[in-house]
Design a protein around this ligand. Structure first.
Ligand code: 13P
Ligand code: SF4
Length: 302
């Protein structure tokens, strides 16, 4: 306990000294969410990285998120305290594979989920996140869209557009493991509870849900809806923010096994060390960053 309070004081002191801001994703460990200046979903954190003042961004999340911050704020030092925190879904497509898909569908626009490498963003027309995928797709003039890499988000988006979406076969292991049986069992256990799921879930899970939203969208719904009980179909780190922001509501995980191990690699010791060393620093080669920035900025303008 004493060590934790010493670590917290140290992080606070170093943060001031470095003019640093700490951004944390909604899936981060509780103690990391508690020290963050902003906790949010991918879109909110991208916007914060683009607009917040400071010389250093400590990105508590996974690598594609820190890379996105480094691309849109090249003048800031972007740190990823847990350098091995990756997103396996982002590794399910390479720039060469995407270029090949583009050559097969030359008239299609390419929408890449923000959960991709900078190289993939650099060969895409526009980025999207789970909170704006439908809006992004419907903003395009093309009638056909190559949507990478999340198949489930692509299929979810297809429900709200007349355009033809060509989904890539990627998926998130955490969300794709949630089944329709999980929903049925949770409803049996908590009759009357509202089921909220992330669009990275399978179509049959989405069919059984009451609402589908990004991580911050789920938090907003729990706070705003008049209901008292909710079943939450996404990574369980989100329950901490739900407890803090909607303390009167009862939230149950749809699957208590929905844990993103990469999101849990950040800890207070690593955050302190990153602020001391200004490492591990995330940088993106300028030529790739310039092309990837176009896709991200185009999304931020939608
Ligand atoms: P959000 O943008 O909804 O926070 O989702 C990010 C993510 O990685 C979900 O698995
Ligand atoms: Fe990637 Fe899934 Fe973890 Fe999100 S929850 S960072 S999509 S592995």
């Amino acid at each position: 306990m004493q060590r934790v309070s010493w670590l917290l004081d140290e992080i606070h002191r170093l943060k001031e000294e470095r003019h640093a801001i700490i951004l944390a994703h909604n899936y981060q460990p509780d103690e990391i969410q508690d020290i963050a200046d902003i906790t949010g979903d991918s879109l909110e954190l991208s916007r914060a990285a683009a607009t917040m003042e400071g010389d250093v961004i400590v990105f508590c999340g996974v690598d594609f998120m820190a890379e996105t911050a480094a691309i849109i704020s090249p003048e800031k030092t972007v740190l990823l305290p847990a350098p091995d925190a990756g997103c396996p879904m982002a590794e399910m497509i390479s720039a060469d594979e995407l270029k090949f898909a583009k050559s097969r569908h030359p008239d299609a626009a390419v929408v890449c989920y923000v959960n991709t490498t900078a190289e993939v963003k650099a060969v895409s027309d526009i980025c999207c996140t789970s909170s704006n995928a439908v809006k992004v797709v419907n903003s395009l003039k093309e009638d056909q869209v190559i949507f990478v890499p999340d198949r489930n988000l692509a299929l979810y988006t297809q429900r709200f557009t007349k355009k033809e979406i060509l989904p890539w076969e990627g998926f998130c292991r955490v969300h794709d493991r949630i089944t329709a049986d999980h929903v049925r069992r949770a409803r049996d256990l908590h009759p009357g509870a509202i089921v909220l799921v992330h669009p990275e879930c399978r179509p049959e899970v989405i069919d059984l849900a009451d609402h589908v939203a990004s991580t911050s969208g789920i938090i907003r719904l729990v706070c705003e809806l008049p209901d008292e009980e909710f079943i939450i179909g996404t990574e369980i780190g989100i329950l901490h923010r739900l407890k803090k922001e909607c303390p009167t509501k009862n939230c149950y995980p749809l699957s208590s096994g929905a844990i993103c191990t990469n999101m849990k690699k950040t800890d207070l010791t690593k955050v302190r060390q990153a602020l001391i060393d200004l490492q591990p620093r995330i940088t993106v080669p300028e030529e790739i960053a310039n092309r990837a920035r176009r896709a991200i900025e185009r999304m931020l303008a939608v």
